[in-house]
Each structure stands twice: as C-alpha cells, then as structure tokens.
Design a protein around this ligand. Structure first.
Ligand code: FAD
Length: 311
C-alpha cells in the first residue's frame, strides 16, 4: 500500500473524509454494493479518512468503514482519525495494535475533546504532541502519522504563536504530515504557511475543505467549535439565501425554502471551487475534502475544480 507522504513528495494528493454512520441503513448506503464509497473510489482519491468519536464512546463503524476502503480495487489508502483524550496508555496501545492487525497503518493523531457528560478522567495523554511521541515509542515507524494544524489558531490556544510551537513539537515527536482545520480566510492561511515555515516546520500540508452546501452546516462548522472567519463573499452567500426566521428552525415561515436551499448550494459549490483554486495556487501538498458521506455534490466539485485531472 502507498505511503501518503511519498505521494505528497511527488505531487499534490487529494482525499475524502467520511464519518461512520450510526445506523445499519446508513452503513449500507455508504459501504454496501454500489454505495457512496464504491462511487467515491471511482474518482481515485489517494486516501479516504474516517472520523473517530473522542473519548471512544462513539466510534461506531469506524473500523468497518476503514476496512471497506482498504478493500477497494483502486488502491485507496484508509486513514483513521484517532483521539487520545480520556484513554489510558494500555487502552490506546491496544486500540492502535488492533488497527495494525486490520491493515490500517495511517493515522491522524488527535487530542480530541471530552464528550458532553463525560465523567471519567482526562486520561494518560493530554495533548496530540504526547500521542505522537507515544505512537513512535510503542510502534516505531509502523504508522504514517498526520497531525492537526489550525491556520487560524486552535480555538483554545493561548496564542497562535504557542499553537505553532506545539505544531513544531508534533513534527519533532515524529509526525509525517499536517491536516488542517478548515479556513476560509486565505490571507490568514498564507500568513500561517509563512509563519510555520519560519518556525522550522517542513511537513507537507494537506488542506481540509468543507464543501459549502448548506447554510446551517456552514454556520455550525464555523462558529460552534472553530471560531472561523467568514469572508465577506461567504457571508453574502449566507445572507442572500437566508431562510427566515433563521436556518436553524425546523418550521421556517419563509415562502421559498427549497429555492433558497438550491441557490445557496449552487453559490456554495462555486465558492468551494474558487477556494480550491486559491489553495492550489498557494503551494499546498494536498486537498482533503470533507465528503460528508455524499457523492453527487462532492463529485461535481472534484470534476469542475479539475482535481480529477491532477496527474
Ligand atoms: P492538540 O494539538 O493537542 O491541541 C489542543 C490545544 O492545546 C491547542 O489549543 C494547542 O495550542 C494546545 N496544546 C497543544 N499541545 C500542547 C502542549 N504540549 N502544552 C500545552 N498546550 C498544548 N475530533 C474528533 O473527536 N474526532 C475526529 O475524527 C476529528 N477529526 C479532526 C480532523 C481534523 C483535520 C481536525 C483539524 C480536527 C479534528 N477533530 C476531531 C477535532 C480535534 O479533536 C479538536 O480540534 C481538538 O480540540 C484538538 O485536537 P488537536 O489534536 O488539534 O489537539
């Protein structure tokens, strides 16, 4: 199986991100015959990653989806997300070994956030820096390790400079490449690239992009956890297609809900393609598209942006 860093050293990579569905029906739609995964694999992504519920309580079908990805004839690399928060070293060691036993040797090493209602301790490892060091100590070079990078600074960092210094520590501890948090602010992104390179971080940068398809999801992703800047252009798309009284209510009184959803999506896809262009022009090493377990809109973005023709 290809090592992703070898690919990124040669050319720009492109990949998708999936989440493990919570129901059998959702799982069948994703990994069943002719399902979303089969169709996404036909776009020949270099890898597909699968999210992981922090604290370990909501992992669901993570491994099942990863194994289905690894079985694709197109040679797509399965990458698991993995969080250390709340876990003991023994527990983490055993889970990582289980991934290796199942042929999964690419991992996004994350701290994670304790789930609501968590009553346990914070666990043995407190930051992703420690998880990276732990993986290298216990498993040597068996894993290719990605780590999170936040171009706008992680929401709880004490300063962006501190955040960058911890990213450097992840590199020093043995990380192989960076997967970024979403960032719509290109000026900030270009500043961050210069800043991390000046700090001695040389790792390849794989940029996370959430397709702009739905107002509620876009606002949620920006503001519920990440504190992302919404550029004027994106704010305009949200405002012009605002569903009254607001996009979060289940029974809007707006007369044109369907029309506004459709025109939001159209403008959002165009916006997403423009963003991909800007990222590619800024010299990054990979585009990682949150596929949100969907095919049609994602395939359209991949085709119209030209990512499909990357080699
Ligand atoms: P860290 O790198 O540990 O950083 C957390 C905070 O602590 C930062 O503010 C940092 O500045 C600070 N810090 C870091 N190291 C130190 C140190 N040594 N000493 C003091 N302070 C330090 N979450 C999930 O639950 N499941 C997922 O599947 C998932 N996928 C993700 C995918 C991507 C690409 C990204 C960017 C995030 C993902 N997350 C996921 C969210 C992630 O778990 C949260 O953002 C979490 O709050 C931080 O994880 P981290 O690995 O960035 O933490």
């Amino acid at each position: 199986m290809s090592k992703l860093t070898d690919i990124m050293n040669r050319r720009m990579a492109f990949s998708f991100e999936l989440f493990p569905p919570k129901t059998d029906e959702g799982l069948k739609k994703l990994i069943g015959d002719g399902g979303v995964l089969d169709r996404l694999a036909e776009l020949y992504p270099d890898y597909i990653s699968v999210t992981y519920g922090a604290g370990g309580g909501n992992i669901g079908a993570n491994l099942e989806v990863l194994k289905a990805i690894g079985a694709k004839k197109q040679g797509v690399v399965p990458v698991t997300h993995f969080t250390c928060i709340g876990g003991t070293k023994d527990d983490i060691r055993q889970k990582l070994q289980n991934y290796l036993d199942n042929g999964i040797n690419h991992i996004l090493a994350l701290r994670g956030d304790l789930p609501f209602g968590w009553t346990g301790t914070g666990g043995d490892l407190h930051y992703a820096t420690e998880l990276v060091a732990f993986i290298r100590k216990e498993f040597g070079d068996k894993f290719t390790i990605a780590v999170a990078g936040s171009p706008e600074g992680h929401i709880s960092c004490r300063s962006i400079e501190a955040d960058i210094s911890f990213l450097k520590q992840k590199q020093d501890n043995g990380a192989d490449y960076i997967m970024t948090q979403l960032c719509w602010d290109m000026d900030q992104f270009r500043w961050w690239i210069d800043a991390i390179r000046a700090a001695g971080i040389t790792l390849p940068i794989d940029v996370g992009i959430m397709p702009v398809l739905d107002a509620k999801a876009t606002i949620n992703m920006a503001l519920s956890r990440n504190g992302c800047v919404l550029p004027r252009k994106l704010a305009e798309i949200i405002s012009k297609n605002w569903i009254f009284p607001d996009p979060f209510v289940s029974d809007p009184y707006d007369a044109d809900v369907a029309g506004k959803k459709a025109s939001f999506k159209e403008a959002g896809i165009e916006y997403t393609i423009g963003l991909i262009d800007e990222y590619r022009a800024s010299g990054i090493d990979g585009i990682h598209l949150y596929a949100l377990n969907k095919y049609d809109d994602v395939a359209r973005i991949i085709k119209e942006s030209g990512l499909i023709d990357r080699v």
